[in-house]
Design a protein around this ligand. Sequence first.
Ligand code: ZN
Length: 420
Amino acid sequence: MTPLVYVLEEQVRDLLSQTGDDVQLVDGVAFGFDDWTVFHAYTEKPSSTPSGYVCPCFATHADSAGFLDEEKLMMQIRRRVDPDGLPIVILIAGTGAGSSPSCRALIVTEKGVAGADTRFVPRRSELYSRNTGILETSALAEKKVVIVGLGSGGSPIALELARAGVGHFTLIDFDRLELGNISRHVCGVNDLGRYKTLAVRDQVLQKNPYAQVSTMEVNVNQALSQVEDTVAACDLLIVASDNDQSRFNLNQMSLNNNKVALYGRAITRAAGGEVLRVRPWKGPCYNCVFSSGTVAGREEEMSQKRQALAVLPAYVEEDKINAMIQVGLSSDIAPIANMVAKMALVELSRGIETGMTTVDEDLVSDFYVWANRREEAYANWPRMGFKWTHPSILRWYGARVDRDPDCLVCGGHLEEEAKP
Ligand SMILES: [Zn+2]
């Protein structure tokens, strides 16, 4: 088959804007797949860690008259690189019909020079054309989301929002990817040992190469002012961390800065989970709900050794610690992460007429409960059967939760005193 070369349209435009009739050679980089039949070529280092086998790439453009001396170009390239058996990708930018950019590609191998087909990876607007009508992606591109916790819950949420076209992310987590995380995480063995933040950033950029992603490898509880500055600048705070202390701290920040926050968590072995939406001063805060007896008693899923160490005395043996780590299935985490992602899109689309508007009319509750299996807190729930009038597994339930007038965090503030 004719080799196929993918190029970022914006990089070709940048190359063309470097005018001048001298044939300038730009050092790029390309990645090959499937026995060097498919290439991803870049004029500069890609923003996310790429995959594929690396090979040399050079980019240039024709002169203003559309002329390029290919013989001279080949001599220049042969002087600069000894490919050691690897193919060399050459990109030649030009101007096509209607002054739109065009790009030719050549693949140089030991057998000679062959032409390749090129495809543009388009600009942002075209990337999300299939979301049109349901989501307003141009508006979402301006939105800033902070996600705390990039584990099995937070990482798929980040990816869903990237797919929807959300443009700005701050990812906060201080854990690294371990082997035990892989089966439930969006990242794979290629990312072992990396910070979850940086590995997820790469995944986000794979879905939305135009997203702005910043990361903070900090423990929220030890970097309060740094995290609060970030929360103050966001449109939505998503909390998928695995400990109550961070959630209480983030709740305070969400209220201080009047930012809507979504909290998602799985309970023991992901038998089920909960999602809480906090609209500061307009509904219950995290403390109103989770310091009361009703839901505080449900034991949280414990998936990290660090969590177990935090609650066990120091002298406990290794196998006891490991026995405490009880992970749930990825498919049991997915509904909870998906609900958070949907509620996030509803919040971010607020005020814009989209396909999400009717969903907003339904999500009147601030607290949602999901059960994966009839065990733990859901052990006595009736079997699903054919009825829909009783609580059963694999359905979302909105529960009425109210502001606690005695809440230590938001109590005592009357509506008329509400922050702007
Ligand atoms: Zn409260």
